[in-house]
Design a protein around this ligand. Structure first.
Ligand code: ATR
Length: 270
């Protein structure tokens, strides 16, 4: 029987992970199956237990279960322990190992796909929820000069920044006028067709505005484009975090560019 993997979330019907992992498996000659599982909002652990008892080897975890996955794991990678969110589960017998590949996925997309060098750059990260938590350590590890976390609820940004040496926090009304090289939107505002209250002057020429949401131009990206900034959605991060999860499971690193190009073309066509 082929090794079984899946993505678990709620909702999960539109997840592109099955397509991405099928492409990776084909390209690397790995024999595996990859499905999607919608867990009830109060039934994450139950769902994982069932998948495990059926011999499942690994899961990708998506919204809203990344914190529940962190609590569920019996052992954790250092990056998952720092992030306190888990998006990749490795299931071996009774062992449940949790990892977080979103941070390296974002950094790989920025550096390899977008040609953006993070070393000594000034970064603004918007949001302090699960999505933001998953990427702070990887951005700091890339040697940025400054990582400022802004959030609507300032105390959440302060709590998050306080966990990492080198990060600081503020509210949107207290943002410095100083230019940032990169502004990452890790809020869920775009999903509600809203944008965080970012002062327009921070979006001028020379900034890379990155939104973790993919497949549509969020109000944040639209404002950045109008202001002359370079923009990117999070499709590349999605593919890169998947490649890292594939590597964690299979020990083989798939090429990401062909898969990213295919997904991008499909989104343009739709
Ligand atoms: P996720 O796992 O997607 O990060 P989350 O943990 O619910 O989801 O966090 C959502 C993030 O988006 C939070 O940082 C939230 O800000 P608050 O902590 O102040 O709630 C942010 N967010 C959501 N809608 C927003 C909006 N319209 N403007 C600004 N920030 C918003």
């Amino acid at each position: 029987m082929r090794d079984r993997y899946a993505v678990v979330g709620h909702p999960v019907a539109h997840s592109k992970s099955p397509q991405i992992h099928a492409e990776f498996a084909r390209a690397t000659g790995q024999e595996l199956e990859y499905g999607r599982i919608e867990a009830p909002l109060d039934g994450f652990e139950r769902t994982v237990e069932e998948f495990r008892s059926q011999g499942g080897k690994g899961l990708n975890v998506t919204v809203p279960f990344k914190e529940a996955a962190f609590r569920y794991c019996r052992s954790l990678s250092p990056r998952a322990r720092a992030a306190r969110v888990v998006n990749t589960l490795v299931l071996t017998g009774a062992e449940v190992f949790g990892d977080t590949t979103d941070g390296v996925g974002l950094v790989a997309d920025l550096t390899r796909n977008l040609g953006f060098e993070l070393f000594r750059k000034n970064l603004l990260l918007m949001g302090a929820g699960g999505a933001a938590q998953g990427v702070v350590q990887a951005l700091l590890d890339a040697g940025v000069a400054r990582l400022l976390i802004a959030n609507r609820t300032v105390s959440r940004a302060e709590e998050l920044a306080g966990r990492f040496t080198g990060a600081s926090a503020c509210g949107y009304d207290a943002l410095p006028a100083q230019a940032f090289d990169l502004i990452v939107n890790a809020t869920s505002a775009g999903l509600a067709d809203e944008a965080p209250p970012l002062p327009e002057q921070l979006l001028g020429n020379g900034v890379l505005a990155y939104d973790m949401v993919y497949g549509r131009e969020t109000p944040f990206l639209a404002a950045a484009r109008r202001a002359g900034a370079r923009t990117s959605d999070g499709l590349g991060m999605l593919v890169e975090q998947a490649a890292e999860a594939f590597f964690v499971w299979r020990g083989v690193r798939p090429e990401t560019r062909p898969t990213l190009a295919k997904l991008r073309a499909a989104l343009r066509g739709s």
